[in-house]
Write a new protein. Structure first.
Length: 440
């Protein structure tokens, strides 16, 4: 059993997180219920910051809000002094509603609409991460129209794709994001933005993948980027003030996963950038920015479900159904993602059977966990699935008209409801009935 953050087994044999009894919370707020361990989020945020501060390197740690966005998480991230990466008008709107300082918001995305860009410029976001030539031209028009100076980062694809333990070096990246370093796109983009009067080209951005357990992918990307900066220095007399190396730091969903501590990724990045700087005489180390999502909120989240029906097919499989599924956690269906789970009210009981945890959606692919060892289960039990804090709630849907669950933050024995459970009325609030005399 791999308990995360402040999770522990209470004297009543229940799972406790943040000094609160998860079973009591499930009874109070209903299930499924997302719980977030606030202390773990703070701890990770501080770990990333400390790693930069100890080395005296200028930095920004921007929370990749796609992992989980809500007003409360944005307030917490702001309290911790982090920046914020948003990728849509909706995420930006939520951040502004949370009174997140606009100048610490970075706006990403491969297809920002003119309305979204205008919204971002009017709000005064800290920078726009420019992704493609269409966006450059939109941004030129809008910044001129609004007479605004815009800080930009150029998103580059360095031809390194990292995933877990593997990384692939490609001559040319097949990605919908960013400007390719190797085929001249990146140089063309730099030329297009450098001398435009409303642009201030802060630097570059690259994101090489997700759930990464090694530092090599990052160091290879840095090597490639800085090799290219040499050409930029020679050809355009340009050297970036900011290098944003994206997110992708792994977490331990199951015992098969072996992530590094936040500071190990950051230290490796700083060391490689410092090594590369010998090529640039008289230049200062650029500011290093990162964008962790999953590693800030992933293992801080636990979903509590109520156990419902069970179906045993002799010699084949024992299905145990819960009252949620792909509507609150699409990752197993989408990516064959693996999770661990405990029986929150029977933490002292030994596993005695192999079961598979099924969601309640009308999809045979709606399975949360295949073949997990658990104690005997009844419909009075609560299943806690750990590490559901990233890309769970933010990817949740109303498939089968199932309401999205509530979200509760816990820390030091305190609990707070931060997102209400949807009601049936919420499900139909945008529906309009047919007019009486049409489509008859
Ligand atoms: C540009 C960018 N930055 C940061 C992230 C966050 O990644 P992770 O949650 O794996 O840290 C992503 C994830 O897709 C991304 O696309």
């Amino acid at each position: 059993m791999n308990l995360h953050g402040t999770a522990q087994i209470g004297q009543n044999h229940h799972l406790w997180i943040g000094g609160t009894d998860t079973v009591e919370l499930a009874k109070k707020y209903g299930t499924p219920l997302y719980l977030y361990d606030v202390a773990l989020i703070k701890n990770r945020a501080r770990g990333f910051k400390k790693a930069f501060e100890e080395k005296g390197v200028g930095y920004q740690v921007a929370y990749a809000s796609k992992a989980f966005s809500s007003i409360a998480i944005f307030q917490l991230i702001e309290q911790e002094g982090l920046s914020l990466d948003v990728v849509s008008g909706g995420e930006l709107f939520t951040a502004l509603q949370a009174e997140f300082p606009a100048e610490r918001i970075h706006f990403h995305g491969n297809n920002k609409s003119p309305e979204e860009l205008e919204f971002a410029l009017s709000a005064g976001v800290g920078c726009i991460v420019v992704d493609n030539f269409f966006e450059i031209s939109l941004l030129k028009t809008l910044s001129s129209k609004l007479n605004k100076k815009v800080n930009i980062l150029i998103r580059l694809t360095p031809g390194i794709e990292a995933h877990t333990h593997d990384y692939i070096i490609t001559g040319q990246e097949d990605s919908k994001f960013g400007f390719d370093l190797s085929n001249g796109q990146a140089d063309k983009a730099l030329k297009e933005v450098l001398d435009f009067e409303h642009f201030h080209v802060l630097g570059v951005h690259c994101h090489i993948g997700s759930q990464i357990f090694e530092t090599e992918g990052f160091t290879l990307a840095i090597e490639k980027l800085f090799g290219h900066f040499k050409k930029w220095e020679e050809n355009y007399n340009y050297f970036p003030n900011v290098v944003n190396l994206g997110g992708g730091f792994g977490i331990q969903y199951t015992s098969e996963d072996t992530p590094l501590a936040p500071e190990q990724y950051v230290t490796a990045m700083i060391e490689e950038v410092s090594r590369q700087m010998h090529r640039f005489e008289g230049k200062e180390l650029p500011e290093l920015w990162i964008e962790p999502g999953r590693s800030l909120v992933g293992d801080a989240g636990t979903t509590i479900y109520s156990i419902g029906s069970q179906k045993e097919i002799e010699g084949v499989r024992h299905y145990v159904s819960v009252d949620g599924g792909m509507t609150d956690n699409i990752r197993p269906a989408l990516y064959q993602a693996k999770y661990e789970a405990y029986v929150a009210n029977k933490m002292n009981e030994k596993p005695c059977q192999t079961v598979s945890i099924a969601g309640k959606c009308c999809e045979s692919g709606d399975m949360l966990i295949w073949d997990i060892e658990l104690p005997k289960l009844t419909d009075n039990d609560y299943l806690a699935v750990s590490c559901t804090g990233a890309y769970g709630y933010s990817m949740a849907s109303n498939y089968n008209r199932i309401q999205r669950p509530a979200v509760v933050f816990v820390e030091n024995g305190e609990e707070q409801l931060v997102v209400k459970r949807e009601t049936y009325e919420d499900l139909i609030k945008n529906d309009l009935p047919l007019k009486s005399n049409v489509f008859v």
